[in-house]
Design a protein around this ligand. Structure first.
Ligand SMILES: [Zn+2]
Length: 161
């Protein structure tokens, strides 16, 4: 586990006050009872982009993330990751990262919850949200919270005000 630079505490502390869109519904078995817990793959923290129906995820195992102000974070940033995707020819060179729907998942060490911050354009697409959760190995049920944040708004969302 990495330790964070001292001055990034306040930056991460804002995660404690974001607005919860919805706790994910509990997964139900056919009997109506909660499905038995599966051996899920290890959960990760990271960043995501949604570009033309493709999700791009860069992530770190939770126990290798950066622990800071009660949260575990993936140290990589959207801008650098986007540049890498551009260099790899995955996304257009002329598309600025700020205009693309994006998000981040952090882990709250105190509540043991995963906070999945997503652009509204992603939140409204349940299939995409499920795919992102699967890619990151996030737990089903109430331990993963979907949130929005003014920080993660694409150009369409910003135009809507
Ligand atoms: Zn958007």
């Amino acid at each position: 586990m990495l330790l964070c630079p001292e001055n990034s505490g306040p930056e991460l502390a804002k995660f404690a006050f974001a607005q919860v869109v919805s706790p994910m519904p509990q997964r139900k078995g056919r009997s109506g009872k909660a499905a038995p817990p599966k051996k899920d793959k290890p959960s990760r923290v990271g960043i995501v982009f949604l570009y033309e129906n493709r999700t791009f995820v860069e992530s770190t195992l939770v126990d290798q993330g950066e622990a800071c102000a009660g949260f575990v974070n993936h140290t990589g940033g959207h801008e650098v990751y986007w540049e890498r995707l551009q260099s790899a020819g995955e996304v257009p060179e002329d598309e600025p990262y700020e205009s693309v729907p994006r998000g981040r998942v952090v882990f709250n060490q105190k509540t043991r919850e995963y906070l999945l911050y997503l652009d509204r354009c992603i939140v409204k697409r349940a299939v995409i949200v499920r795919a992102i959760k699967a890619q990151l190995g996030l737990p089903a049920g109430s331990r993963t919270l979907i949130l929005t944040d003014t920080h993660y708004r694409c150009s369409k969302c910003l135009d809507r005000g």
